[in-house]
Each structure stands twice: as structure tokens, then as C-alpha cells.
Design a protein around this ligand. Structure first.
Ligand code: UD1
Length: 325
């Protein structure tokens, strides 16, 4: 029995792969290495370079490695890029996921975990966001993810195929053991960018928008440590294997930090000021995204262990130093 992790050479997927091998699971990573990094993949996993939409390849991997569950991370994740290149996002996220899902159904995989996003919710939905709030995605990125959620729901009704949708809030930080972290050279994540500024690789941090309807005018997000997110996936995997019905869960801590709050935390961690520049809003960015994590806590027994912005920032900085060394 093994788990197929798509996008396992990427930021979250590589942490997931460690999380799985650490508990003795066999893992096959499928990644086309366009943004992924071979060096982040645990040596205990098998890395296969290829496309998730290559149905013959997926079916062969499922058969050869007795894959019983798929965790699907591969995809494009940058909200503003999706506004500029919507068809690329629909192709790489929605269309490729459809092909992967079909290959899984045909190959007899019954458990599927999908990386979705907090940005599927309507902009005027009630914060903190529970899973029952209306979904009205703004960006093509969020739409590409929600369409995949819909396909999964229909597939689960039609076939012997159950899924878990995990709607991620803002994933940040790095493996506490220092084995992997966020390595994309074109990273756009706030905490990753801040770490690059700290190390002097980027001259200043842009604050994208200071006129949002938030406590200090800057965007508010629910930053969740990647290790807690991996733990949520492990619980979702166990639940699916035990026969749990298809479900959707928010993954966040239930508290928001603004861009300025993050900057203050970074400054406290490094003990000096961070050079910043106030810039216009970035296309497609909603003002506030805060999770209500009640459902995942009550249903799967998820207990966050790293709910501390300073710890998240420290681990991101440690990784950034190691990665650049
Ligand atoms: C992130 C994820 C997205 C996920 C979403 C869920 C990435 C690249 N994006 O998007 O996939 O669905 O969380 O909530 O992982 N900001 C700045 N300056 C910067 C960078 C960001 O001010 O240099 C601001 C943004 O405007 C935003 C906040 O910081 O208000 C967070 O931005 P970012 O880290 O890019 O994540 P999201 O766009 O929220």
C-alpha cells in the first residue's frame, strides 16, 4: 500500500512527503518539477517526474505501487498570476485535476485528498469563515480550485470514490527539522518575501494595499504552520481509509494577522526594523481571510501544535538561511 503525492517536490507537498515517510508510509511523488525542487523530496520516497494529467502514467503508478490514496497538491497557486493567465490556471489546476481524478477512479483508488483554498469563499461571507459560508470566488485561481471541488463532489456521488477537500488558509513556516521549506525563487508569499528581505536578497517588502477595511488598512490572513497542515492531512487520510464520508475542512487557526502585524512580528524576531514600501493593492486579493476551524477539530480531532506567528516566522527564517547557504 502506498500514497501518491502529486506536487510532492513543492513547498507543502514536500512537507507532506516527510510527514508520511516519518510514520512509515510508502510514498510515490509525482511532480513535473516546473516549480518543484528534486532536492526537497525525502530520499525514502520514490520521485517520478511527470504530469498529473498523464493518465497512463498515473494508472501505472497506482498498479505498480498499490496506491490506495492520492493527495493532490500539484497546481499553480499565485492569485495575481491567475488574473493575468486565467486559461493557464484553469488548464493546470482544473483540467489536469479532472484527468487525475478520472485515472484514479478507473484505477480503483478510493481515497483522494485535495488542496483547496480559503479564497473560494464569498468576499462578504461571515468571518471567521465556516465551511457552510457561501462560495463566490473572485480570482481565476480560486475558481479553478472550486471547480475541482465540484467535480470531486459529483465523482464521489457517482463512483466508489471518497474525498477530503482541505481549504488552506495561509500556509507558512518550514519543517522544524530543517529538511524542507519554501524554495521557489519567484515566491510571492508574504512571510517568504519578508525572509528574503531579512537576508538582504530583496531590498524592501511591499505592503500591497493600505486602504483595506481591516484594523490597520492592510490585508488580514490566518497564517498556519505547514507542520500543522500536514497533520491535518494525515488525519484526513486516516479518516478516509477508515471509511469516513467525503468532507470539506477549513485549515487555519481562527485568528487573523495583518500585513503590518506580520512585519511587527518579523521585526521582533530579528530585533531591527524591516525596510518596507507602501504599494497599491494587488489584483485579486480579498481584504480578510480567517478560518473557523471548529469542524476539523471536532470531526478529525485536529489539534494545532505551532499556533504562534513568531514560531512560524522563525522557522521560515531558519529555512531561508539554510537554503541560501
Ligand atoms: C495564499 C496562497 C494561496 C492560498 C491563500 C489562502 C500562495 C502563493 N498563495 O494567498 O494559494 O489559496 O493564501 O488564503 O501561497 N502581501 C504583501 N506583500 C507581499 C506579499 C503579500 O503585502 O510581498 C500581502 C497580500 O496582499 C495579502 C497577504 O500579504 O494581503 C498575504 O499574501 P500572500 O502571502 O501572497 O498569500 P495570499 O495571496 O493570501
Amino acid at each position: 500500500m502506498s500514497v501518491l503525492v502529486t506536487g510532492g517536490a513543492g513547498y507543502i507537498g514536500s512537507h507532506m512527503t516527510y510527514g508520511l515517510v516519518d510514520r512509515g508510509e510508502k510514498v510515490v511523488v509525482l511532480d513535473n518539477l516546473t516549480t518543484g525542487n528534486r532536492g526537497l523530496v525525502s530520499e525514502e520516497a520514490l520521485l517520478v517526474e511527470g504530469e498529473v494529467a498523464d493518465q497512463a502514467l498515473v494508472k501505472r503508478l497506482v498498479a505498480e505501487h498499490a496506491v490506495d490514496a492520492v493527495i493532490h497538491f500539484a497546481g499553480s497557486i499565485v492569485v495575481p498570476d491567475s488574473v493575468a493567465e486565467p486559461l493557464a490556471y484553469y488548464g493546470n489546476n482544473t483540467v489536469a485535476s479532472r484527468a487525475l481524478m478520472e485515472a484514479c477512479v478507473e484505477a480503483g483508488v478510493k481515497a483522494f485528498i485535495f488542496s483547496s483554498t480559503a479564497t473560494v469563499y464569498a468576499e462578504d461571507a461571515r468571518q471567521p469563515l465556516s465551511e457552510t459560508e457561501p462560495t463566490i470566488p473572485i480570482s481565476p485561481y480560486a475558481k479553478s480550485k472550486l471547480m475541482t471541488e465540484w467535480m470531486l463532489a459529483d465523482a464521489s456521488r457517482a463512483y466508489d470514490f471518497r474525498h477530503m477537500v482541505l481549504r488552506y488558509f495561509n500556509v507558512a513556516g518550514a519543517d522544524p527539522a530543517g529538511r524542507t521549506g519554501q524554495s521557489s525563487p519567484r515566491a510571492t508569499h508574504l512571510i517568504k518575501r519578508a525572509a528574503q528581505v531579512v537576508l538582504g536578497r530583496v531590498p524592501h517588502l511591499d505592503i500591497f494595499g493600505t486602504d483595506y477595511p481591516t484594523h490597520d488598512g492592510t490585508g488580514v490572513r490566518d497564517y498556519i504552520h505547514v507542520s500543522d497542515l500536514v497533520a491535518a492531512h494525515l488525519l484526513a487520510l486516516d479518516a478516509l481509509r477508515a471509511g469516513h464520508a467525503s468532507s470539506t475542512f477549513n485549515c487555519g487557526y481562527g485568528r487573523g494577522a495583518s500585513v503590518r502585524d506580520v512585519i511587527t512580528t518579523v521585526e521582533q524576531v530579528i530585533g531591527r526594523e524591516l525596510p518596507v514600501k507602501e504599494s497599491p493593492r494587488r489584483a485579486g486579493d480579498p481584504p480578510t481571510l480567517i478560518a473557523d476551524p471548529t469542524r476539523i477539530k471536532e470531526t478529525l480531532g485536529w489539534t494545532p501544535r505551532h499556533d504562534d506567528l513568531a514560531e512560524i516566522v522563525r522557522s521560515a527564517l531558519e529555512w531561508e538561511r539554510r537554503f541560501n547557504a
